[in-house]
Write a protein that binds this ligand. Sequence first.
Ligand code: SF4
Ligand code: FES
Length: 309
Amino acid sequence: MENGMNTVTLRVNRFAPRPERARDRERGGSPFARKSSPFGDSGASARRRLRGKQWVQDYTLRVRPEDTVLDCLLKIKRTVDPTLAFRYSCGHGMCGSDAVSINGTPTLLCTASVRDWAKQPNTVLVDDEGFRHTGDADASLADDAVSVSSGDLGVIELAPLPGFPVQRDLVADIDQMLDQIRKLKPYLQANNELATTKDGKINAFEYLQNPQQLAKYELLANCIACGTCEGSCPVYAGGEAFIGPAALITASRFINDSRDGQANARMDAIDSADGIAACQSVRACTRECPRGIDVGEEIWQLIAQVKER
Ligand code: SF4
Ligand code: FES
């Protein structure tokens, strides 16, 4: 075995949409051809659950334990199977485009290391007293019962982000989340007035904040709209009945910004049956945020703000 190299198996849930028929084309065209920019109009009518072929495919490759799961997928794409589809951009946890389900947990491909996520497959073990146990092969009971071949780090299971329609393989359609965020006007609204100096230039000093004002929303401004909180939320699934945690974090970011003059209108927008009223405070959203936002707690505080105004 090459120095420091091990093997890992990526078990990928794959999906290939059925080729579109002429009638589908008339209804809205291929989902791959249509524009789905967060700044364009991506109507819900254009979004539909695709039909196609589903299967699970294993890829075994040589890796270093510190490699990321994204590194592994790129290696597969470049050297083994160019048909495998996944999305990424920055490669270091800043853009939020590569959220998927790893071993059932929504997370980012580029920050997940093989060392942390590879696991030995579940194995049925029989202990000295004849009791059967199901567990990981690397658990203490397994030490004698299972031989793990040296250098085999195990299996990593990959699937598209839960709660969203799948487009192809690991690519989920996140337009519904971006639509919900866009509805809440995710930009500063300074009472429609722009402070200017006597000579007509923008007066930047009008918008200065003190550290306390900044601290109220600074962490919330780190949200990268990756959707892992939505993928973890048992209420969200589809975004029809619940606006979703990512949109509520966006609302809170601007409601708590002293430079924004639309706090009341923003609170009105989320004070609805599919807004804060739909949140069941499960707080699964908190565990998975890659930007360290305590999403459940922030939503809880937002609900209190809306109720107390
Ligand atoms: S709150 Fe966290 S998990 Fe949710 S979209 Fe923003 S960065 Fe992602
Ligand atoms: S590729 Fe940008 S966050 Fe992972």
